[in-house]
Design a binder for this molecule. Structure first.
Ligand SMILES: [Zn+2]
Length: 295
């Protein structure tokens, strides 16, 4: 099987993006994987997909449990499903997931001054390289510069502190990649974490293009929930190779679960009342994967 790095490169060449979806539980994993398999069948080849867990999600699911689930699926089904540590905030937490063999990790040191962000990110990159060499793996490290807000939730307005001024500058991206040796960069290009009730801001496509050229590494678009289809398509064309979706999955899950409990007040079997929640996630993910893969 190709490595995650190879799949990302391939996505860049094909002008498609790999979907990155977060999970808090097994239902989400099933919904995401079901959708990926439906589309793989349709196109006649396996569509790669990335499962992400933030520190909070990982605390709930379990580091080792998540790794065991995803690696076993990959092995048993010979399917390109990869595991990413989404937004980890310290060297220790990145090291801990890499040690239990996650495929990639995001060191989020964006609230530190640039030089301190570089030092911490470089430490993670060096560790990932050393571990990759020792264990014959190919671990990827992603980092970010430029602020895009923090949490995957429904927002009344654009998060405080996010503005044109906090967007990533192409020259900073170039410097940051040169100094750290990261494999993937998450820029701030008009994207935000979470979904704004009145609609998310537009992406700055020209900025994405310039950052991709200046940095020389594939770009990851965080805060994909709520972005328009047109913006996604344009962003993929100019250098976005991975797109993160989380809030939309959370909303779909919660809405479906609430409805299911309301509709079946006497049902106590979780595998029955949770089934519509799995289906709701599957639907969201299928739509997103179609868009990211031009289907
Ligand atoms: Zn993110």
């Amino acid at each position: 099987m190709k490595t995650l790095r190879e799949y990302i490169k391939e996505a860049g060449n094909k002008k498609v993006a790999i979907g990155h979806f977060n999970i808090s539980n097994l239902e989400a994993l099933h919904g995401i994987y079901n959708a990926a398999k439906i589309l793989s069948k349709e196109i006649g080849e396996n569509m790669p997909v990335i499962i992400g867990l933030s520190e909070g999600e990982e605390g709930f699911v379990g580091k080792v449990e998540a790794e065991a689930l995803i690696k076993e699926i990959r092995k048993n089904d010979n399917y390109p499903i990869f595991l990413n540590a989404d937004h980890h905030y310290s060297f220790e937490s990145v090291k801990a997931v890499l040690d239990v063999s996650y495929d990639s990790a995001i060191i989020d040191a964006v609230k530190l001054p640039l030089e301190e962000n570089i030092t911490l990110t470089k430490k993670c990159v060096d560790y990932a390289k050393e571990l990759s060499k020792k264990e014959g793996r190919d671990i990827l490290i992603e980092a970010e510069i430029g602020f895009i807000g923090k949490s995957s939730k429904l927002l009344d307005s654009i998060p405080k502190g996010v503005s044109e001024a906090t967007m990533t500058k192409p020259e900073d991206a170039k410097y940051f990649v040169e100094q750290t040796g990261i494999d993937l960069l998450a820029p701030s290009v008009g994207n935000i974490h979470g979904m704004v009730k009145g609609g998310n801001p537009k992406l700055n496509i020209e900025r994405i293009k310039k950052i991709r050229e200046a940095s020389g590494v594939p770009l990851v678009l965080h805060g994909g929930s709520g972005i328009s289809d047109e913006d996604f398509k344009e962003a993929i064309k100019v250098g976005i190779s991975i797109i993160h979706i989380n809030t939309e999955i959370r909303v779909a899950y919660k809405d479906a679960l609430e409805k299911s409990l309301e509709d079946n007040p006497s049902e106590i079997a979780p595998y029955r009342f949770l089934e519509p929640a799995v289906e709701a996630i599957e639907k969201v993910v299928e739509q997103r994967l179609r868009l990211f893969n031009n289907l």
